[in-house]
Design a protein around this ligand. Structure first.
Ligand code: HAM
Length: 420
């Protein structure tokens, strides 16, 4: 072989077998919790019309301006790899008339997302999300329930000390008032802000609020946040969300500057962070988006949802949550024994047990592999066993070995007896 090695793209990651067990565990728990909260799964395409994201996430957001994987397809249409799931789920909700008959729709999804960001710890160009979206209710209880579902996932996965940050970003009635308030403040203090903030004051002033530059943070310390400028309707809603969270026993921190990086939010906005994550500390984020369905051509439908960053979540899962351990390691020595072992393993698998066969190594190295692979049982068949119609059956946990009949049903019965 003399070909030049091809490497994966920057910001893209292979998830190798030693890690996938954790992924499967996380996916299993997330799915279980979604079902507990009566969500149903939806699967949407990775590629969509570019306009979908531009119109929903917003023209002046970083995602749309700098981070989209968009290109012209062979027909000349501008398409984009999804940078997030909400826009696609809303498109599917409208296109498939999921609003009919009128009822609350609770949907969840898993999938790869693509953002051309500068890669760093916790920030990838292809990453994965598990998300949930609830359509058709403006009830503040739903906002609280969605946050509690998210928190339940983290708790079930033993994620330590997650912090829930909560804010309300208002609506089309109160947002303009807040923006006027901010504009006056920015006009007076413009010079003290970093160049990026000075640019954002004109293009997307709310984003100035979560600038991480120390001098900007100092200047902002006296500024009031969005939830301090809500109209009566949003204020009542926010109070009710907090009341419901208290009712459900969930502790949260008010974060007046939490504005999120996507433009579609109205009212409730939230994020869950972990201090163990470093500078990219958000495990999950979400909020209410009561206008988006209408803006994308659907009927007036209120909605709220969130997405978890799975790479970040999995990096926080404690070690030792291994996946399912395999049941049988079949060791055969000699040609006749090999045939018998292959057939036996086939029967064992048909009963729902998992297994692997080794007919190439010595006895010693076979047993080494069985213990390294964390198998529960080893079954040894050599020519002598074949002659006598038995197998050597070893319980690898107890370290006990016995000879039993080579009859598949007897072996299976023995395994069932020893497997809880
Ligand atoms: P988001 O805050 O952009 O929200 O992303 C949600 C989560 O995805 C983040 O908290 C983070 O854990 C993860 N994430 C985002 N970008 C990256 C990246 N480059 N590398 C690794 N992980 C990343 C949304 O996407 C909204 N669609 C959430 C939502 C659903 N709002 C309402 N419904």
């Amino acid at each position: 072989m003399s070909g030049k090695k091809i490497q994966r793209l920057r910001g893209f990651k292979d998830i190798l077998p030693e890690e996938t067990e954790k992924w499967q565990k996380a996916e299993e728990i997330i799915q279980k919790v979604f079902h507990q909260f009566n969500f149903k799964e939806i699967r949407v395409p990775v590629l969509e019309q570019n306009d979908l994201f531009q119109r929903s996430i917003g023209d002046v957001t970083d995602i749309v301006q700098k981070e989209m994987y968009s290109f012209k397809d062979r027909h000349g249409d501008t398409v984009a790899m999804r940078p997030e799931g909400t826009a696609s789920v809303v498109r599917a909700y409208i296109e498939n008339n999921l609003f009919y008959p009128p009822s609350v729709q609770k949907l969840y999804y898993f999938g790869a997302m693509f953002r051309y960001e500068r890669p760093q710890a916790g920030r990838l160009r292809q990453f994965h999300q598990a998300g949930a979206e609830v359509f058709g209710s403006q009830e503040p209880y739903i906002d609280a329930e969605v946050i509690v579902a998210l928190y339940t996932i983290l708790r079930e996965l033993n994620i330590e000390n997650p912090t829930v940050h909560l804010n309300s970003v208002g609506c089309e009635v109160c947002r303009p008032n807040y923006l006027s308030y901010l504009k006056i403040f920015f006009e007076k203090n413009k010079e003290g802000f970093c160049p990026l903030c000075q640019e954002r004051m004109l293009t997307n002033p709310l984003r100035v609020l979560d600038c991480k530059v120390e001098s900007c943070k100092n200047l902002l310390s006296t500024v009031e946040g969005t939830y301090q400028h809500l109209c009566d309707n949003c204020d009542t809603h926010f109070e009710e969300v907090k009341k419901n969270l208290n009712l459900l026993g969930l502790t949260f921190t008010l974060d007046k500057f939490l504005v999120r990086g996507l433009d579609y939010y109205t009212k409730t906005a939230f994020e869950i962070t972990s201090s163990s994550l470093g500078s990219q500390d958000a495990i999950a984020g979400g909020g209410r988006y009561d206008k988006l369905v209408e803006e994308l051509g659907g009927p007036k439908t209120e909605a709220v949802g969130f997405a978890i960053g799975l790479e970040r979540l999995i990096s926080l899962m404690p070690e030792g949550r291994a996946g399912k351990r395999p049941d049988v390691y079949m060791i055969s020595l000699g040609e006749t024994a090999k045939e018998k072992a292959i057939k036996l393993l086939n029967d064992i698998r048909k009963e729902g047990f998992s297994g692997e066969i080794n007919y190439q190594d010595s006895l010693k190295s076979s047993f080494k592999k069985a213990s390294k692979g964390n198998f529960r049982f080893a079954i040894l068949i050599g020519d002598e066993e074949v002659k006598e119609g038995v197998v050597s059956f070893k319980d690898l946990d107890a370290g006990e070995q016995q000879r039993i009949s080579h009859n598949a049903s007897e072996i299976i019965a023995q395994m069932q007896k020893l497997t809880p």
